[in-house]
Design a protein around this ligand. Structure first.
Ligand code: SF4
Ligand code: SF4
Length: 355
């Protein structure tokens, strides 16, 4: 039986929930190498809700310190466009200050390992991940255009430094295969403890949407599949409809069936929670998700003319110059686009959606 904790929390008092997580899911810290991995998707302000909040990171560090001595490292590989600006991302989000001397640019040293995946035989993984005795993952409660939600399993995609994330995005080519490859990466080193920042969550067109949703919870578990399943249920989703959870279960990483999970706390569906755009529209939600995830159509970014300010940032940042400004609106060249979704993640107006 898996266990998932749900505790009420704010950023002012999240220490309490974090301490309870460590009490419920004890990990041996003393004299060990401990990697704490927040979700640092990209450079942003903490209030934008795109990254794990610094208050949660601080509370985790203080608890780990209290159980030390330990060799603590705090690090992540920010996604796609920000991978050359690791420290800058940590600084702007407030996570650098929260991490103090424990911050390390874990993208600087990597080791090549075999990947059990149809997309690639080998990938480079940050050495700090491979060398850690204990990995503590700090995901954020968010939606995601390709996986529907991003929580415990997707947070491990950040163990890949450099441009590999974009490469695997491109090789995957469609949402179903992308869902499989994030599980393949997760399998390289499943974390020992997950503490999920759901104090302020994100709905709508995540993972960098401006649709923030106060949830006031910290979730925790020692199993990423069970954690993400509970998160799905809070979003009003059937976990069985999520391809990456099915793939993870097939690999023996855990279970998502409600009868296999002991929820410690109150699991409540968030009323009217907005999911990423599902083309199937109304009707059966599970079918709509399945249709999206099994779609053979390659998704392409599209700018919303009502939100786009024509700033040109996406055009400048596209790694393959697939975007051209036409009448003050970026237009994608479908032949050139490698579906890395850098443009969606970087757009300051959150104007780009996947169509
Ligand atoms: S980055 Fe966003 S706002 Fe700027 S041009 Fe691109 S779509 Fe428009
Ligand atoms: S247009 Fe395509 S290739 Fe360019 S940044 Fe967007 S998703 Fe990536």
């Amino acid at each position: 039986m898996h266990r998932v904790m749900i505790e009420e929390a704010s950023y002012d008092n999240c220490r309490e929930a974090v301490n309870r997580a460590f009490d419920l899911f004890p990990v041996r810290i003393r004299d060990r190498r401990v990697l704490v991995k927040p979700n640092v998707l990209r450079s942003s302000e903490a209030e934008e809700g795109i990254v794990t909040h610094p208050a949660v990171l601080r509370a985790v560090i203080e608890r780990v310190e209290s159980e030390g001595p330990a060799r603590i490292v705090v690090g992540d590989n920010p996604g796609l466009v920000s991978y050359g600006a690791n420290e800058a991302c940590f600084r702007r989000t407030g996570l650098l200050e929260a991490a103090g001397d424990y911050y390390q640019n874990i993208g600087n040293e990597a080791e090549e390992v075999a990947l059990d995946s149809e997309l690639a035989e080998r990938v480079s993984v940050s050495r700090a991940v491979l060398e850690a005795d204990v990995v503590i993952s700090l995901p954020k409660f968010k939606t995601h255009g390709l996986t529907i939600l991003t929580g415990g399993i997707k947070n491990s995609y950040g163990i890949l430094p450099g441009a590999q994330k974009a490469r695997l995005h491109r090789l995957a080519g469609n949402p179903a295969r992308f869902n499989d490859v994030i599980v393949d990466v997760f399998r390289l080193r499943p974390p020992d403890l997950f503490i999920l920042d759901a104090v302020i969550g994100m709905e709508g067109n995540g993972p960098a949407s401006s649709d923030l949703r106060p949830i006031g919870r910290i979730l925790a578990s020692d199993n990423g599949v069970a954690l993400d399943a509970v998160m799905a249920r809070m979003m009003g989703l059937d976990p069985a409809a999520l391809r990456f959870l099915e793939t993870a279960r097939r690999h023996g990483l855990g279970d998502f069936a409600p009868e296999t999970i002991d929820v410690i706390g109150r699991l409540e569906v968030i009323p009217g929670f907005k999911l990423p755009h599902l083309d199937a529209g109304a009707g059966n939600l599970s079918s709509a998700i399945q249709e999206l995830l099994h779609s053979r159509t390659v998704l392409r970014p599209e700018a919303d003319p009502d939100s786009c300010t024509g700033c040109g940032t996406c055009v400048d940042q596209c790694p393959v110059s697939a975007l051209v400004m036409t009448d003050d609106l970026p237009v994608v060249d479908k032949e050139l686009c490698i579906t890395c979704f850098c443009c969606q993640e970087i757009c300051p107006e959150k104007a780009i959606t996947l169509k």
